[in-house]
Design a protein around this ligand. Structure first.
Ligand code: ZN
Length: 358
């Protein structure tokens, strides 16, 4: 039995981002005002959404580069930058963007309060103190970062991709505004949205179950069916539904299966982004998830989304070996899906044949 923490406060609804000044004000009543640090996805640099942020004199507004998924040394660099312009600890961190920007905001909040470097806290329950009060504003739905207790970073020195899994990584406040993902390119909207579907189906098909996580996952998958199997996935109604599904999926996150480890291999070896890598991985996993495979095929056809194929066709034996190692290292999810003897099912040869189907 595990004690579970969820986000304590959220505001949900079209236009909710306009409430940010009120939320910030409510933090300040009776106090000397500390600085608010804004960590905003670089996608918004020069756009009206960023210009409307209620930054006051002295508040640093930093655009974070999310071209690549977050790296520990990048987070360390941002931390130094913030410490240079904020001689005292800031009062609030506002993270706005997709999963990468939100994960960076969580990591920076933890590091400002706890000291040290990002790599020191990659793992389970290593963060000792509450971070700086943090507000998350997702602009892309699906990763569940807004409601999960982790912030994933890759660490080139150690050759790992691992999060700060901690109750202190949970946001203190969310602003969930379904108008924000209106301008996301369709492909990206689909790849990222399907991350929720995969998290939840891997959890429901796994061995380690929990009735509350099951209920959240079933609801999130049902919403994904409504969004991706009927009409336009990006209509105002479906944007609101996907924001809810992503939030529920993030609350349920933790027990993945085979899609995520194989997807991680694709990210490590081929540098593919998480959402797209999941979709490519699912292309090779019909034998493990036949019903969900068919459903996923219907969803991408209904939404006219192309998933790249044949990505692994020309890889060298050394690259296949790296793919195997970068996938099989994810023991917890593989054992969740296949049992403790997962290595006998997913041999290096089997893994290569799966990658060749993608
Ligand atoms: Zn995921």
């Amino acid at each position: 039995m595990k004690n579970t923490k969820n986000v304590p406060y959220y505001l949900f609804g079209a236009g909710a981002v306009a409430k940010l000044p009120e939320v910030l004000q409510s933090r300040r009543d009776g106090n000397k005002r500390g600085l608010t640090v804004y960590l905003i996805d670089h996608f918004f640099n020069g756009r009206s959404e960023a210009n409307r942020l209620p930054a006051q004199s002295g508040d640093p507004v930093l655009f974070v580069d999310t071209t690549d998924e977050p790296k520990t040394n990048y987070v360390d660099g941002l931390l130094t930058q913030i410490q240079t312009v904020c001689p005292e600890l800031p009062e609030v961190i506002v993270g706005m963007g997709g999963g990468s920007a939100l994960d960076i905001a969580k990591a920076v909040s933890n590091l400002l309060a706890n000291g040290g470097r990002a790599a020191d806290y990659q793992g389970w329950d290593l963060v000792k103190k509450s971070g700086i009060y943090k507000i998350g504003i997702p602009t892309l739905s699906g990763t569940g970062s807004e409601s999960s207790r982790t912030c994933v970073m890759s660490n080139a020195e150690k050759n790992i991709k691992l999060g700060m899994n901690s109750d202190h990584s949970v946001f203190d406040q969310l602003i969930l505004d379904p108008d924000l993902p209106a301008t996301v390119p369709r492909d990206q909207y689909f790849y990222t949205g399907m991350d929720t579907y995969f998290h939840c189906m891997e959890s429901l098909r796994g061995r380690h179950r929990n009735a509350i996580v099951d209920a959240l996952s079933e609801k999130a998958m049902g919403l994904c069916r409504e969004i991706f199997l009927t009409g336009d996935m990006q209509s105002p109604e479906n944007r609101a539904k996907l924001m809810v599904a992503s939030y529920l999926g993030g609350c349920a996150a933790g027990n993945t299966g085979i899609v995520h480890p194989l997807s991680a291999g694709l990210s490590v070896v081929l540098g593919l982004h998480h959402g797209m890598a999941n979709c490519i991985a699912m292309n090779g996993l019909q034998q493990f998830y036949p019903r969900e495979f068919d459903e996923y095929m219907q969803m991408k056809e209904k939404q006219h989304i192309d998933i790249p194929e044949g990505m692994c066709a020309g890889l060298t034996p050394a690259q296949f070996s790296r793919l195997y190692r970068a996938s099989i290292v994810h023991e917890k999810p593989l054992a969740n899906a296949l049992g403790d003897r997962f290595r006998e099912v997913l041999t290096e040869d089997t893994m290569r044949s799966l990658y060749l189907k993608m």
